[in-house]
Ligand binder design. Structure first.
Ligand SMILES: *Cc1c(COP(=O)(O)O)cnc(C)c1O
Length: 401
């Protein structure tokens, strides 16, 4: 940005991660405000007709229109890039806008895409329903099965999309092993890092090319607004993604960017509490007779616990549990909770619970749900920031009601 105060220009590289969450990307105006300024403006004015001309022909680097760039959005992008350790970041209006743009900006008819089977419902829709309409071939693979990845990536491929940990089964994919196979096949690896957040997992360090976020989840973390982000190298973000965003327009509103920017300042503190609460609840549920199994990467019983320990710095805020009594038992649990709310959102300060079979994954066929590991008795719990003992008591009461 051209109007920044030089007092903020200390190279971010020398800052530790915690400092980058609070200070990264800060550009003060001439008013020397403490907190980041909120630029609610769609356009910008020029001092002369020639200045306008040079702003459009690229000889002048300045704000032109908020669909292209906005100072508050740019601060959010810069701060998230510094936290992630990415060369560049572009923000979008929602997580799905980020996933859609990150994939479609680089694909064309005749391309081949490989994806993990256990995906967030709308990500699955883009790959399974939308891509074939444009002549893009898609192949789904069981994420943890490296042999299946080897077979799927033995043909030239343009792009690979994975989610780890996956929603809602908490399945973990070996990012480094898949990245090696992806690059041999000549493809780019896109990782949906929503469940882990930049605090708990760095896909770019594990070999991924692009990371996508729904900032709606933990980055806001307080259930207030939608947002998304795509991170990667400069060539991808400027030359491939940039023109796609500029001309199709899924721009993040400056107001939401401002909310998300403030969310980043407390991200690691909140994730620490989320993780501590989730671990406490996972241990409690594991000992309950009503529960057939608990899916949480932090439990030794999780099928990819060792892999999660290698590639993650913590276990996250989301867990799933399979109730012995199927759908009836799942509904009984949800309906008897007094503190934990029934909601399909996640990554909120408030604990939220949902029944994926009938909500987030309702549109999938029963066979597809079962293939993804979603049974009728499965319940997903997004653990919030309340006192962990209150959450355990609420679950205990509802399980025995
Ligand atoms: C919520 C979510 C998305 C979509 O994000 P929105 O902000 O709701 O559009 C994508 N991937 C995962 C894993 C999610 O949890």
């Amino acid at each position: 940005m051209s109007s920044g105060d030089s007092s903020t220009s200390r190279p971010a590289r020398s800052w530790r991660p915690r400092t980058r969450q609070v200070r990264g990307g800060l550009e003060r105006t001439g008013f020397s405000e403490t907190s980041e300024a909120l630029f609610l403006t769609s356009g910008y004015v020029y001092g002369s007709a020639a200045e306008a001309e040079h702003s459009f022909d690229g000889t002048l680097d300045r704000m032109v229109y908020s669909r292209f760039k906005n100072p508050t959005v740019a601060m959010f992008e810069q701060r998230l890039a510094e936290i992630e350790g990415a060369a560049a970041c572009r923000a979008t209006a929602s997580g799905m806008a980020a996933v859609h743009a990150a994939l479609m900006c680089q694909l064309k008819a005749g391309d081949r895409v490989v994806a993990s089977r256990a995906l967030f419902g709308s990500c699955q829709w883009i790959i399974n329903e939308l891509m074939p309409r444009f002549g893009i071939e898609r192949v789904f693979v069981d994420g943890p099965d490296i042999g299946a990845w080897e077979r799927a990536l033995s043909k030239p491929t343009a792009c690979v999309f994975i989610e780890t940990p996956a929603n809602p089964t908490l399945e973990i994919i070996d990012v480094r092993a898949v990245a090696d196979l992806v690059h041999k096949a000549g493809a780019r690896l896109v990782v949906d890092n929503v469940f882990a957040t930049p605090i708990l997992q760095s896909p770019l360090d594990l070999g991924a090319d692009i990371v996508v976020y729904s900032a709606t989840k933990h980055i806001d973390g307080q259930g207030r607004c939608l947002g998304g982000a795509v991170l990667g190298d400069l060539a991808f973000c400027q030359d491939v993604l940039g023109p796609y965003l500029r001309n199709t327009g899924p721009a993040l509103s400056p107001f939401n960017a401002w909310v998300l920017l403030k969310g980043l300042e407390t991200l690691d503190l909140r994730i620490e509490r989320h993780c501590a609460n989730a671990m406490k609840i996972a241990r409690f549920l594991e000992g309950r007779p009503e529960v057939a199994r608990v899916l949480y990467p932090g439990l030794e019983s999780h099928p990819q616990h060792e892999l999660a320990a290698r590639q993650m710095r913590g276990w996250g805020s989301i867990l799933a549990l399979e109730l012995k009594g199927g759908k009836a038992a799942a509904y009984r649990l949800l309906d008897n909770l007094e503190l934990i709310d029934i909601s399909n959102n996640l990554g909120d300060s408030k604990s939220l619970i949902t029944h994926p079979w009938t909500t987030t994954h309702q549109r999938l066929s029963p066979d597809d749900k079962l293939a993804m590991g979603i049974g009728e008795g499965l319940v997903r719990l997004s653990v919030g920031l309340e006192d962990g003992d209150d959450l355990v008591e609420d679950l205990e009461r509802a399980l025995t009601a």
